[in-house]
Write a protein that binds this ligand. Structure first.
Ligand code: M6R
Length: 605
């Protein structure tokens, strides 16, 4: 999960490469670098930290050139350092890389025997030296294909060759790479988002493809050295902006616009006049589905975990959820009557993509729920349900979570209605309740001031726990993930009924414990679990939509959220938890949009 940009132009490219790298920082931000051709040489500049640091270096010591590549790194092999930052260059070749070369150690040994001296600890440098070595005896395309054949693993590459100083070269296997077409210049990017400000004409490379870009031409080759033609796509125009506006950071913007996210998504799927859900050309007849398997990673997996409760409530089909990194390696029994649903904001998550690929190879029906409709996951699946949330830039997923849950909820009620498991009147009632959701989210967002006060209480804490039952259990998991991801505070989410089986031992005087207790069939039981926490000194933060029922002077904070249809409580409960993580991290001066060690799009395993 690094970001790659390449530009072949007839005018200076440095400033456009820097601007694109800033857009790509969501993919990695522990180091950055650039290489251009200047005066017959490859000019390489790199630094640790953010693109701003690279900009400062270039200000003091400018680079020139009309052909260049740039990179933002999320370290896999080797610590974040200037030496390990990309590009990795020899006299002849400069390489930027996204992905992992699994056999880099063996290749390195062979190259060292030939006299190549490695400077970095990365797996990327072997690519630089393999290209340099093959170039002595082979033409350009042969050199690239011979190099790629030596590599195991997944990668996307951007390459400059001193010998071909009007070219930017790209190649991919397993990691996404796109070419963009501009006026008198062409672009290479690890995703279309980085290219969107420059062009909406895009070609996606497939595994094994190589591209050669000059300022006025793009040629494609396959792994057999044959020239191939590729389709040029016109990207959808993006109504949403990727600017912060008056917000301090993207995350606060993204949290605060969740009512709009919900409104847009509902508008896209719900026919307001017919009070029906639009779902055309679904890849499998809902009545024929025997089992639905929901797959994702991180927050996307949590949306699947919430959806399991919905599908089980509304349909008789069997429901299974799976974490993509586990699913892809298990001995799964694929069945024709199963529907496999992949949930991903970015649509590029390597594990989710690999799990989808496995399903495709086993010829079963697939559907994806994504935010980025041009993404690899969207393009590979049989059917795409976009969440219409607009670009999500903050690494912590917030509005995309709301969007993913919404599409899953919409799908659950539609499938159940078609299968006649949900009666007509109940279906219409569900749609009517759903239409109230954006307003309820807006009201919930008003709890910010109270959350700021609660957040202060977390500053002295060594950790925190989140508990809920039923639909609130996956939300507890999500609350804990948000808190650890943003504030680096240890946090765990548990089904409240599970506390006595071990986790209760963690409760000590002053430990913050967030209890999610909407007024549902679990309410009384959750409140009993809360009392058990209080009895052991836990500092309880109760979040409910019926706080009056609970009288306990030992509840430290009691936050009341708006009442909603029982099945819609996950949307409401998630918001205070996002805000809590945000404000704790903010008080601790953590980098909100770019938490340490993480990246927005996890395109490596
Ligand atoms: O792009 P995806 O939805 O596939 O990403 C999956 C996870 O990496 C992501 O949800 C991650 O857990 C978030 N940073 C959590 O906030």
């Amino acid at each position: 999960m690094c970001g790659i940009i390449g530009i072949a132009s007839n005018k200076p490219v440095v400033s456009n490469i820097i601007q694109s790298l800033k857009k790509l920082e969501y993919r990695g931000y522990d180091s950055a670098g650039i290489a251009t051709f200047a005066n017959g040489f490859i000019d390489e500049k790199k630094c640790t930290g953010r693109v701003d640091n690279l900009e400062k270096i270039l200000f003091k010591n400018p680079s020139s050139g009309s052909i260049g590549i740039g990179h933002v790194r999320w370290a896999t092999h080797g610590i974040p350092s200037q030496i390990n930052a990309h590009p990795h260059s020899s006299e002849e070749v400069s390489v930027v890389h996204n992905g992992i070369i699994e056999n880099s150690n063996e290749i390195k040994k062979d190259l060292e025997k030939k006299g190549y001296k490695f400077k970095s600890q990365t797996d990327t440098e072997v690519i630089t030296f393999l290209l340099t070595d093959f170039l002595k005896d082979f033409d350009l395309i042969n050199t690239i294909n011979k190099t790629l054949k030596k590599l195991n693993g997944s990668f996307a590459l951007g390459i400059l060759f001193k010998k071909f100083n009007n070219l930017v070269v790209g190649a991919r296997r397993g990691s996404p790479l796109a070419v963009g077409y501009g006026p008198e210049e062409n672009y290479l990017g690890s995703d279309s988002y980085a290219l969107k400000s420059m062009t909406n004409k895009i070609t996606y490379l497939d595994d094994g493809d190589i591209c050669l870009l000059t300022n006025n031409k793009v040629d494609f080759y396959n792994s057999k050295n044959k020239k191939i033609n590729k389709e040029i796509l016109t990207l959808s125009s993006e109504k949403h902006t990727a600017e912060k506006g008056h917000y301090k950071d993207f995350m606060s913007k993204e949290i605060n616009e969740q009512n709009v996210t919900a409104k847009t998504c509902i508008k896209e799927y719900v026919d307001q006049i017919r009070r029906d859900i639009n779902l055309y050309n679904f890849p499998i007849k809902p009545k024929e589905i025997e089992k639905i398997v929901l797959i994702g990673c991180g927050t996307a997996f949590h949306s699947c975990a919430v959806a399991k409760y919905w599908f089980e409530e509304f349909t008789n089909a069997e429901i299974e959820i799976d974490i993509a990194s586990e699913f892809r390696y298990r001995k799964v029994q694929f069945k024709k009557k199963n529907l496999y649903i992949f949930v991903s904001q970015s649509g590029e998550t390597a594990d989710t993509l690999a799990a989808l690929d496995l399903c495709k190879k086993n010829k079963v029906k697939t559907c994806s729920i994504v935010n980025v409709v041009e993404s690899s996951i969207a393009r590979l699946s049989d059917f795409v349900l976009p969440i219409h949330a607009g670009p999500e830039i903050g690494v912590a997923s917030t509005k995309a979570f709301i969007g993913q849950m919404l599409v899953l909820y919409i799908l659950a009620i539609k499938i159940s209605e078609v299968r006649k498991e949900l009666s007509g009147p109940v279906y219409v009632k569900k749609i009517n309740e759903l239409k109230k959701l954006p307003e309820l989210i807006k009201k919930t967002l008003l709890c910010q001031d109270k959350i700021q006060v609660i957040a202060k209480d977390f500053l002295q804490a060594r950790g925190a726990m989140f508990m809920g039952r039923g639909l609130s259990f996956p939300i507890a998991l999500e609350g804990a993930l948000k808190l650890k991801e943003l504030s680096y505070l240890h946090a765990e989410g548990y089904p409240a009924g599970e506390m006595k089986h071990g986790p209760l031992a963690l409760i000590e005087e002053g430990l913050p414990v967030v209890i999610l207790a909407p007024k549902d069939k679990y309410f009384e039981k959750t409140i009993s679990n809360m009392q058990e926490v209080i009895a052991r000194g836990g500092k309880v933060i109760l979040i409910s939509n019926d706080n009056n029922t609970v009288t306990s002077e030992n509840v430290r904070f009691s936050l009341e959220v708006p009442k909603s249809d029982e099945q819609l409580t996950p949307f409401i409960m998630a918001i205070p938890l996002q805000l809590l993580a945000y404000h704790v991290a903010s008080l601790k001066n953590c980098n909100i949009d770019k938490p340490r060690n993480l990246a927005k799009s996890v395109t490596v395993e």
